[in-house]
Design a protein. Structure first.
Length: 95
């Protein structure tokens, strides 16, 4: 399995690092918080029934390697939230 870094994910997605260490390794990527495992990046997608942004705090507490969001206000709230696990990189997708 290939391990990426947060920096490489940012380059591939055109995202912007909001906080955290860009050299942090990422072991996989998921959009499903139920299937999430520690070390993966979690991509928050807004769907018709659920909004992945609602699960950001949960996966951050469960040792996410990186959080990738499209909702800038949700990202800003999480970046400053005291429950956010320190060191979890937070990335916003391209505008």
């Amino acid at each position: 399995m290939t391990t990426w870094t947060v920096h490489q994910l940012l380059e591939a997605t055109g995202g912007q690092l909001l906080c955290g260490d860009p050299s942090r390794p990422v072991d996989g990527i998921t959009i499903d918080s139920r299937a999430f495992t520690p070390g993966q990046a979690f991509v928050a997608i807004r769907g018709t029934r659920l909004d992945g942004h609602a699960f950001l705090e949960d996966v951050a507490q469960r040792q996410a390697a990186c959080l990738i969001v499209s909702d800038a206000p949700a990202a800003a709230l999480l970046a400053g939230h005291p429950a956010r696990r320190p060191g979890v990189p937070l990335s916003a997708g391209p505008s």
